[in-house]
Design a binder for this molecule. Structure first.
Ligand code: SF4
Length: 293
């Protein structure tokens, strides 16, 4: 018997082979105008007896599990002591476990003390996935992200200081044509100021259910950027990121027209050269019908 998940269930692409436990349902914020992942769910936290029962069940079925992802949208919103209890129990029941991760919002991290963050990390919560989306305060406000550049930088650095591996997402095209330059400039500044271990660049993709809300909240006509402009944003973003720390950069998500990957700082020029080459070869673009989340 497998777990009876409460749909829809989301996880980062890199957790495709991880065992997932839904320790929370939905997202405690649920207001970002570009995201409809959890609109059908009311945020709730699963009680210990249910979590324990599911862990016990899967420990019998998949005892060799090496990676676990805690869902849904921001499991880090749980009380720190509760997370420690869950994480410790997971390591107890899965002897080969190597990594536990979950989604987190900047506010989840900022609400915890450095000691709480350290305690959860020491217990075995290793990695957090955080949506930066944009580093421009104007764009962040227009998409009702509930965070500003300063709080994003602070949260990523705070988590890194506590030992977490940080994997962050940004969204190309989020400011539309009007705020394209501002969006990229701010995003490069945020990434440079906190150097997440991983950065993934996605492209804005509005599901039908959320499109109207996004356009209304944007507060002025939203002009989508073209594929060429998206490639330009990618070029500008990479060229403006300044870091001495290693950042594994990926723009290979299914929503993107073009695929780029490399590691900062050493691959920066190679990535820029590849984009220049791509500009001359539009035939390698992922067809629009094959893109999505
Ligand atoms: S982007 Fe993240 S924080 Fe925002 S509504 Fe979606 S799941 Fe919640």
């Amino acid at each position: 018997m497998m777990l009876n998940y409460d749909a829809p269930l989301y996880r980062p692409p890199s957790e495709a082979r991880s065992l997932i436990f839904q320790v929370t349902l939905g997202c405690s914020f649920n207001e970002c105008s570009f995201c409809d992942m959890y609109r059908s769910k009311q945020y709730s936290e699963k009680p210990w007896d249910e979590v324990k029962m599911e862990i016990d069940l899967m420990a019998k079925q998949l005892p060799d599990t090496r990676k676990i992802f805690l869902a849904d949208g921001d499991a880090l919103n749980l009380d720190s002591e509760y997370i420690v209890k869950i994480v410790k129990y997971l390591y107890e029941k899965f002897p080969n476990l190597e990594r536990i991760s979950c989604y987190a919002m900047p506010m989840n991290i900022l609400k915890k003390t450095p000691e709480e963050l350290k305690k959860m990390h020491d217990a075995g919560l290793d990695m957090l996935y955080l949506g930066i989306e944009s580093g421009s305060d104007i764009v962040l406000k227009k998409v009702t992200k509930g965070a500003i550049a300063k709080t994003i930088i602070k949260s990523v650095n705070k988590a890194k200081d506590a030992g977490y591996i940080m994997s962050c997402m940004i969204i190309l095209g989020l400011g539309g044509k009007t705020y394209s330059k501002e969006h990229i400039r701010g995003t490069a500044e945020v990434i440079s100021a906190c150097s997440p271990n991983y950065v993934g660049a996605l492209t804005l993709y509005l599901e039908n259910g959320i499109k109207q809300e996004f356009l209304e909240k944007f507060g002025e006509p939203f002009i989508r950027i073209t594929d060429d402009e998206s490639l330009e944003e990618l070029y500008d973003l990479i060229s403006q990121i300044e870091t001495k720390e290693e950042i594994i950069f990926r723009a290979n998500h299914g929503s993107n027209a073009y695929t780029i990957k490399g590691t900062f700082p050493q691959d920066k020029q190679a990535m820029l050269d590849k984009i220049n080459w791509m500009k001359q070869h539009p035939e390698i673009m992922r067809p629009e019908g094959l893109r999505g989340f």
